[in-house]
Design a protein around this ligand. Sequence first.
Ligand code: S3P
Length: 440
Amino acid sequence: MGSGKVLVVHPGGVLRGRVAPPGDKSISHRAILLAAMARGESRVENLLVAGVTRPMLEALTALGAPWSLTDTTLEVASPGFRAWRTPDRSLYCGHSATTMRLLAGALAAAGVPAVLDGSPGLRRRPMRRVVAPLQRMGVPIQDTDGRPPLRLAARSPDRPLRGGVFPLEVASAQVKSAILLAGLAAADPVEVREPGPSRDHTERMLRSVGVRVDQGPGWVRLTPPEGPLPPLRLRVPGDISSAAFLIVAGLIVPGSEVLLEGVELNPTRTGLLDALRAMGARVRVEPLGEQGGEPVGNIHVAHTPDLRGTRVEGALVVRMIDEFPIFAVAAACARGVTEVRDAEELRYKESDRIAQLVTQLRRLGVDVEERPDGFVIRGGRPVQGGDVDAQGDHRLAMALAVAGLAAQGPVRVHNGDMYRESYPAFVEDLRILGATIEEI
Ligand code: S3P
């Protein structure tokens, strides 16, 4: 998978300077969709404009919510979700499960018939987890053997959806969000219960447009609003999941000192910082207040030659669910054993991240063992140069490239240009900090 480009990473540099990571992926997805669900003219600044957000923007066009993009500022003029039109072809969600699952919830609220499909990689991802609760709400939706494509039939507006309590087996912000978005058209409140603290950006954004959303430990309840949603005005904070690659790069490359500016610090997303601190990492957070209903700050990182192994399990896994590829690279450079448990969900991401981390990191000489729900890394052995493959996974591509910065010889990441999915300036930003990377 990928276009076949290779990232060639040369070790030996020192990383110094400051970078503002791109707009947060999760918040960008939600902002695009809510701007289209709202009635009126919405404006979103610092949007993530990347492979992963394109399909959501295209979906807006198909649903009759015109938009324009000027650099990273998005303007949407929408009639509101109750006036969306029926798309004349299937909505292609690319590689993005967030797009598919969130759109399913929004289309359920709209009652618009549609087919949601995606890339071969997306067609392997589990969808029953979102289809089953939506069906319980009365949404006429079907999956295909538990996977995409998803098919929604038309629903008449005088048949509102059913509310109720929806317990999730696995903590998932995407599933929770789909239920909440569908709940906007329900007759009674919807309550989602989860076993762990998944990201709460949907809740925060809905509240910012006046929707009543109550939440407590393990539950969130949405009360369906009476009128249309008012337009959205928002500046998206920097993505901590993109910053994560530069944070770990700063920790493992000798002599480095890096500042990441304007990063989103929602506590449901900062698990990596806690795990790195437990390893003795020199990471300092400078809070800067709130932006768009989310806490933001700067993150200062300095090379830490004496990182030590740690254990990650339970709720911490959910709070750093997207960071395991880069966390594994930090663990490889730390002395002692790092153990990850309770993380079976990693097998259902853009790749089977447990299997792929083990396969690819072994190619660089890392001592890593696969477990059904995680992995064990015996760190401290020098990372070797060599050839690895991103396996269609943007985060694997970036993590392996960062490993190359601290390796004994060049690392070639095949299909490495997958990074453009979520962090188009990744190579450029690393070069600004002083890294030597070629894309050939
Ligand atoms: C996301 C939720 C997480 C995460 C994904 C983005 C979101 O997925 O891995 O990258 O924006 O809601 P799950 O909901 O499947 O845990």
